[in-house]
Design a protein around this ligand. Structure first.
Ligand code: MEV
Length: 413
């Protein structure tokens, strides 16, 4: 069964019949109302409506030997298709192998106008400060989390306390900020110095994900090009991204197409994800592509290392029914598993983009998927949308003027 050939109603029923979602979640999808008025009002200030984004799912993901449908929320028509396309080629070659680091969120307490003895005072109280920080959030300790590191860094007249906290399944911003604000009072008392600020760091250094996939050459071939050549060209294009920042940023945009769409669909903080990604891509001082592709033992080997800065509980994730629905569709048990899937989606989108770029180019696939939204922009409604899109794909002429012409001709028939 080709899910993309079904109607949206049929796809919802597919999710229900295959136990991805329950009756209540089915009603939620069919209602087309992702948030109640009360919830929308409680999540934002000066709320006057809701901003819609399409919500769908990618297919064919096998990550660490488990199969997934992956919910994605995105307005770019080719992204879900690209994720599924890349995932299928990788599934047919054995699937994704993903390793996920512990979930450490860093926080900073910054002291200003420090004296010559301030650092020593802090060092003497190293263990007491950790204990104080742990006591600041007892429920985190009960869940198996807590402070894992404390370092002091001096910058001229300022000292930074860098605290690493395992926030378990929560994204951790609120947890860490609570810990920091309480701890900063103690730090001020110990040192007699003013705390300039205390805030979590959105660095993803403690939240890395490594995704690997070996792709068989026969999964890469096109009608016009053997798979081995496609693989070599993908390797070459990746090398180009390593020396061209302008290409690297687009290479990474293809990865973020998939990553951000899942981050959004799970109610996570996409700004945090983006900020952490920027830090990681630029960490050597030269902005780099997040993934690398090489030929190893007659296969195309892909490796993506990046921070995935999300949670699977807490905040908007727990309160937004669509986020809960996304976790249900993936049958996610914890944040580590979600981070693994998100990383895999990044590599799938990357493979799909690179394969298209080094063979046919992206516009053919891109525009045929965009034809429906072009039809809507031209004024098509109801079943006109599909008919106009079909005709645009047949003519391979995707200008808005042509879409308007096709619609006019259709209505005159
Ligand atoms: C388009 O949204 C993403 C691509 O530009 C990514 C890439 O060039 O690798 C196709």
């Amino acid at each position: 069964m080709k899910l993309y050939e079904l109607t949206d109603e049929e796809r919802i029923n597919y999710l229900l019949e295959n136990n991805y979602i329950n009756n209540e979640q089915t009603d939620l999808l069919k209602s087309r109302k992702p948030l109640s008025e009360e919830l929308a009002d409680s999540l934002s200030e000066n709320q006057v409506g809701m901003f819609g984004l399409p919500y769908g799912f990618a297919t064919d993901f096998t990550v660490n030997n488990k199969d997934y449908l992956v919910p994605m929320s995105i307005e770019e028509p080719s992204v879900i298709a690209a994720a599924s396309n890349g995932a299928k080629r990788i599934r047919n070659s054995g699937g994704f192998t993903v390793t996920v680091s512990d979930h450490i969120v860093y926080g900073q307490i910054v002291l200003e106008s420090v004296k010559s003895d301030t650092l020593d005072l802090l060092k003497q109280k190293h263990d007491d400060i950790i204990q104080f920080a742990d006591d600041a959030h007892p429920s985190l300790i009960k869940r198996g989390g807590g402070v894992r590191s404390l370092e002091f860094h001096r910058y001229d007249k300022m000292i930074e306390l860098e605290i690493g906290v395992d926030t378990v399944d929560a994204m951790g911003a609120n947890i860490v900020n609570t810990i920091l604000e309480k701890t900063s009072k103690e730090v001020s008392t110990i040192t007699g110095r003013d705390v300039l600020c205390s805030i979590l760091s959105n660095s993803g250094a403690g939240q890395l994900v490594t995704v690997r996939a070996d792709v068989d050459f026969d999964q890469l071939q096109t009608k016009a090009m053997p798979g081995s050549e496609v693989a070599e060209r993908i390797v070459m294009l990746t090398k180009f991204a390593q020396v061209s920042v302008k290409r690297a940023v687009t290479h990474n945009k293809g990865i973020m197409n998939g990553v951000d769409a899942v981050v959004l669909a799970t109610g996570n903080d996409f700004r945090a994800q983006e900020a952490a990604t920027q830090e990681f891509a630029g960490q050597t001082g030269v902005y780099q592509p997040l993934s690398n592709w090489k030929i190893i033992d007659g296969k195309l080997h892909g490796e993506l290392v990046m921070p995935v800065e999300i949670g699977s509980v807490g905040g908007a994730i727990s309160s937004m029914p669509m986020a809960q629905l996304s976790l249900a569709i993936m049958k996610i048990s914890d944040s580590k598993e979600l981070r693994a899937v998100i990383g895999a989606v990044g590599l799938a989108n990357n493979l799909s983009a690179l394969r298209a770029l080094v063979t046919t180019g992206i516009q053919a696939g891109h525009m045929s998927l965009q034809s429906k939204s072009l039809a809507v922009t031209a004024g098509a409604i109801g079943n006109e949308i599909g008919l106009v899109a079909k005709e645009l794909n047949k003519q391979k002429n995707y200008s808005l003027d042509n879409a308007k012409k096709v619609l006019k001709e259709l209505r005159n028939k």
